[in-house]
Design a protein around this ligand. Sequence first.
Ligand code: PEP
Ligand code: MG
Length: 758
Amino acid sequence: MPDTPASAARQILIRLHEVMASRTGAQAKLNKVVEIIGQSLSSEVCSIYLLREGMLELFATRGLKQDAVHVTRMTMEEGLVGSIARNVETLNLDEAAAHPDFAYRPETGEELFHSFAGVPIVRRENAVGVLCVQHVDPRKYEEVEIEALQTVAMVLSELISNAELVDEGPSDVRVASTGTQIVSGLQLVMGMARGNAVYHQPRITIEHTVAEDVEAERARVYSAFNKMREQIDSLAGTSEFGVDGEHQEVIETYKMFAYDEGWSRRINEAIDSGLTAEAAIERVQQRTRMRMRQIDDPLLQDRMHDLEDLANRLLRIVSGQLGTAAQLGLRQDTILIARNLGPAELLEYDRRRLKGVILEEGSLTAHVTIVARAMGVPVLGRVRNVRHMIAEGDPLLLDVVENRLFIRPSPDMDEAFDSKLAMTQKRRAAFAAMRDMPAQTKDGTHVELMINAGLRDDVGALDVTGADGIGLFRTEFQFLVSATMPQRERQQRLYKDVMDIAGERPVIFRTVDIGGDKALPYLRGEEDEVAEENPAMGWRAIRLSLERDGLMKAQARALLEAAAGRTLYVMFPMISEPWEFDQARALFDQQREWMLQQRKMLPTNIYYGAMLEVPALAETLDILLPKLDFLSIGTNDLTQFLFAADRAHPKLAERYDWLSLAILRFLRRIVRACEAANVSVGVCGEMGGRTLEAMALIGLGINRLSITPASVGPVKAMIRSIDLSDFKGRLEAMLDDGTIDLRAALTDYAGKSGIELS
Ligand code: PEP
Ligand code: MG
C-alpha cells in the first residue's frame, strides 16, 4: 500500500476510472469494483451494501459467499453495516465480533474474518450504502487505507446514482402532505412573522467525481478560492452593521476560515488522489461533517457550521450551479428555510423581504443567531424534517413567542395569528407608552429597573424600554462570540461604546464568567486541566479569573481606561468567600495605581460589587458587606445551588419554584443583612423578569431589578399597580407562617388587589 492517502486512493481511482467508463452493466461494474478494492487493500473480503426498499442489501462481494449476494439484507438498525449507515460514520475494528452492534449472518461465511473496516457511501448527506473490507488477521486498518476507502466511496456514490441502484432521497422537495400542519421548535430569536417558504439552497449535484486532468482540477479550485475570498472580503467591507459590532468579529472568524491554509491543503490533497474539484470539496466537507458529529462542544460545532457555509459557497462557485435564494433575489415576504446558515449567508438577504428564518439545526450561541437578532429577524431552530413538510412557496406563519410554525394555515389560524400580532403590538404600544413613566409603586417607592445585556446591540434596548441602566453586562459574551481571545484593546472599545450609548445611565460590568459550561475553545489546553464532572460548580468565573490573572488584569485595564473621566461599576461573579472579593479588588487597585503613575486618565468614581450566587456567602455577609458598594443576587445560579438542581436540566427546570419558601426566606435573610449594613441590594437573575416573582422580590425589600429588556414593560406595570407597604406586611406574614403554596397565595393576593400581572 503506498504510504500517502493521496497516492493510495489515486492508484485505485485510476483502475476504477476504466471500470466506470466501460460499457458493461452496473452489476458487472460493482463486481469489478470489489475485486479492485480488495486487491489494492490486501483484503480477503470487500463488499458493497446498497440501500434498496429501506434495507441494506449485499450487492457485490469478493470473499464472502456469492450465494449471499442480493439475499443478505438488513435494516438500518442491524449489524455493523447498519450502524455505519445510520450514523454516517466510519468503523475500523480489529475484532468485528467484539463490537456491540455486530450481527452474525451465517449465509455470508464471514465467521472466518476478524478485522473489519467500513465507510458510508453518501449521497446528499445521507448514507445510501456501505463499502467494507474484512481480513482474516485481527488488525486495524491504517489511516491511509481508511482514507482511500472513503475516497472510493465518493466515486461509488456517483456510479450507483447514475445506475439508479439505490433509493435516493427526494430529488426535489417532496412533501408528504398538503394540508395544514403545526410544528414546534426552539426559540432562537423571538418574534412573529408571516411569509412564503423559500429554501435557502438549491441542491448541488456532483456530476463527475473522477478527474481527467488533475492539474486542470487544481486550477479550478484555485480560482474558486480566489473568488470566494473576494466575496467574503467585500461582505466584510459592506457589512451594514458598521465597523465595530460583534458582527465584525463574526466576519473576521469567517475570513479566518476562508483563508485557512489547512482547508485548501486538504482539498488539494483530495484532488491529488484523483478526484474532481467538486468531489474533492465534498470529500473534505464530508470528513468535516463526520468529525462534527463526534464533537460534543456546541461552541465548536457552531464554528464548524461557518466552515460548512463556506464549503457550500465554494462548491457553488466551482460547479457554476445556481446560487442561493439570496443570490437569486427574494420576490415576496419570505420565511427562509435552511438546515443551517452561516452568518455571511444570512447577511446576503434583502432585509425588507426576509421576515423570518426556520433552521433544522441552530443554537443560541451560533453566530447566525447573533446576527439575526441584530437584524430583528425571528428565528425558530431545531425544526425537524422541514423538507418533508414544506414545499417552496407554501404560506407560513411563524410564531417565535410560543415557538410554533403553522404550515399552510387554515383561515382561522390566519385570523388568530393576526389578532395575536395585533395584541402583541397593542401590548407593546401600551408598554411603550409607559416608557418615560417612573417605576414607582402606588405608595411612592421607586424601584430601579435595569436591563441585562452582553452584546453591543443589546444596549439599544435602554432607549426602547426606558430602563434606568444596565444592571448586568455579561462581559463573557464578547469572548464567546470570538474565535480567538479578545485582546485588551478590543475589550476596551466595546466597554467604551457601551458606556457612550448608555450616557448618564449606569452600566454594571460583570467580570468574565467563563469556564465550566461556558468553555472557550481557545482557553483549553492547560497542562493541569482536569475533566469536570460538575462544570457549574467547577473552575469558573472568579475562581478561574484569579488564577489566570493575566486575563483579569487585561480586563481591569480595559474597563478602567474605557471609563476614564466617568463612573465605573464593576462586579465579580461567583464570590464564595470574602477573600475572593479582596483579591479581585486588589487586582483592580493595582492596575489603577499603574495608570496613575503613567498619568493616564482615571474614572472619576469606581464602585465595586459582588454577586451572591453561592449560598455559603450568606454566612459571611457581616465580613463582606462593609467592603462592598453594592450586592447583586444572581438567582439563576443561587437557586441551582440551593436546591442542588442543575439549572440546564430539562427535568429539573420546572421542579423547584422560585416562589418557594426556601428561596424567599433565604433572600429575606440577605436583604435584612444588606439593610443593616446599608448596602444596596439588587437581583439580576431571570427570576426578576417574571411579574409575580418580581412582585415577591420587591415585597422582600429589593429595590433594584436587572431583567431581560422584554420584561421591563410588564414588570413596570406591576410595580405601578401595587401598594407596597400593604403587600410587604402580607408577604412577611406568609413567610413567617410557612405558607406552603406561595405561588397560589401571591396570585390570589395580586388578583384581589388589582395588581397587573402579565
Ligand atoms: C445568575 O446566575 O443569576 C446570573 C445572573 O448570572 P448568569 O445567568 O450569567 O450565570
Ligand atoms: Mg450566574
